[in-house]
Design a protein around this ligand. Sequence first.
Ligand code: TYM
Length: 337
Amino acid sequence: MASDRPRVLSGIQPTAGSFHLGNYLGAVRQWVAMQETHDAFYMVVDLHAITVPQDPAELRANTRLAAAQLLGAGLDPDRCTLFVQSHVPEHAQLGWVMNCLTGFGEASRMTQFKDKSAKQGADRATVGLFTYPILQIADILLYQANAVPVGEDQRQHIELTRDLAERFNGRYGQTFTVPAPYIVKETAKIFDLQDPAIKMSKSASAPKGIINLLDEPKTSAKKIKSAVTDTGTEIRFDETGKPGISNLLTIYSTLTGAGVSELEKKYEGKGYGALKTDLAEVFVDWVTPFRARTQEFLDDPETLDSILAKGAEKARAVAAETLAQAYDRVGFLPAKH
Ligand code: TYM
């Protein structure tokens, strides 16, 4: 697909089933906007999902579920290329080449690996988990992506991608576009509703701290209404002094388009309760049509699978060209057909 637009690529794991509000505000929302301005490639990263133990039937179901949610959130297969990572074998192939270019110490410094492996214990954590960021590097470089829309927790992986692209280009000649992270400051890190010192996350958040988009809206409304707030009564954006309220203001502002200072004015003299009740309503109004659209795709797996098949075909055309070039540069003897 020839396009003059800059290229964008990003991915999301199908591990959790439902996306949470941090996934949407930190990443997926930007994906939807960027399909209008970029030549956009988005994928469900099932290869990454098996870096931790998985149930095969669940992984298969969650991969469809992730694709349905992306479409439900507004991705349009006529405006972007949506695919499943394992449908494009070039990811694993370039991943190997990148493994051989990455220093052991360099990979050991990845904080996500350190956190996850510390939780699981060194013997249980797999080598796949260790090389996870290197597969991610291959994901990005295969598409010659200029920009990678992600949340703050992915910044280090994108920085490593830049280093590796430059290293490969320096060693073998210009081959890969050096990508830039695209991280929207306001929503780069959505915090846990019960513990605003940590990010909202499937693995670290307690059930009351995380908003799962596919949960009953009533359940999520309740969680918003019982979100931890700070001492005092004033509704003011202050990340250090009032992290709980600031997080709610960020969510409110992003979902409605109202500026944070506008919201501060609106809630002047009103209590935290009023803000939380209104935000719960804003969220329910937003999530209800999202859930309905997602369900439509889940109810029609044939359409869903055909969108993913077309996406994989488009993605492969790009990925195969880049891989062939990289293989050639590295010095692999071309296979004769
Ligand atoms: P994953 O599946 O953990 O998360 C998907 C996206 O959601 C963002 N995110 C958040 N943003 C703001 N606040 C939060 N609390 C929050 N929690 C999650 C993540 O930053 C991410 O953008 N390694 C990636 C998947 C991946 C990828 C790629 C991304 C594989 N290959 C290539 C970009 C390019 C991951 O685990 O995302």
